[in-house]
Write a protein that binds this ligand. Structure first.
Ligand SMILES: [Zn+2]
Length: 232
């Protein structure tokens, strides 16, 4: 049996993820952020830095209340302005990691939808915990504010109103996405970004992403069909 690989060091993990997310356009121009929680401690990338050029020594470590336990040696680095929003995902959703992205399709999706984004019958929905192909994916959209920290209350309200969602979109800004651990958060982030792009493209092509296709059987019809085939 293959032994379970050791968990990566959270600071090194954040450095690696930020390099990947930079290449995807999620954390360019010093925007966005990544945080990981492990054993009651929270690792957070600093604000306002080139996210693809950070080192493990640049990562802040805080307790569950966001109080700094370890600050980077570089005195010019500041704790992320996203920290109160990351803490909501840890407190309200028991997240193990949170990704804040300024991805272009997350932003465009907030212009294509009003209060919530809705899509259905898209294969990549199956990558979101709790969802299947025939379900409806619903992501709340909150209004942007001049300062990132001022989003915290609206994000908490949206999380409480949409307990099945693992993401909150921010109008003309981006998205916060979380998961039970860093692997789930990364998987969710990849699937959500794919689905945001699909939704935006579908709207621009004249399709309603929230509408089930005529040819798609409802779950009970699919079950009936399987039973009929089994009877033959
Ligand atoms: Zn932001």
């Amino acid at each position: 049996m293959t032994p379970t690989p050791p968990l990566p060091d959270p600071a090194e993990l954040i450095v690696g993820l930020c390099r990947q997310f930079y290449d995807l356009g999620w954390v360019s121009g010093t925007g966005g952020g990544v945080s990981v929680r492990e054993n009651g401690r929270i690792w957070i990338a600093p604000s306002g830095v080139q996210k693809e050029r950070m080192t493990a020594g640049d990562i802040f470590v805080t307790d569950d209340e966001g109080r700094i336990l370890r600050a980077p040696a570089r005195e010019d680095l500041k704790l992320s302005a996203c920290t109160p929003l990351f803490l909501h995902a840890y407190r309200l959703r028991q997240a193990g990691a949170v990704i804040h992205s300024h991805g272009m399709h997350a932003l465009l999706a907030t212009l294509a939808f009003d209060r919530v984004l809705r899509v259905t019958h898209l294969e990549m929905m199956k990558g979101i915990t709790g969802l299947g192909y025939h379900d409806e994916l619903v992501v709340p959209i909150i209004e942007n504010t001049a300062h990132e920290c001022d989003l915290a209350d609206a994000m908490a309200d949206a999380m409480r109103a949409h307990p099945a969602s693992h993401a909150v979109l921010v109008r003309r800004h981006g998205v916060y996405i979380w998961g039970r651990d860093w692997v789930a958060a990364k998987t969710h982030a990849e699937c959500y970004h794919y689905l945001f792009e699909a939704a935006v493209r579908m709207v621009s092509l004249g399709f309603d992403p929230a509408k089930a296709p005529h040819s798609a059987p409802r779950p009970e019809e699919a079950r009936d069909a399987r039973e009929l085939v089994g009877q033959r």
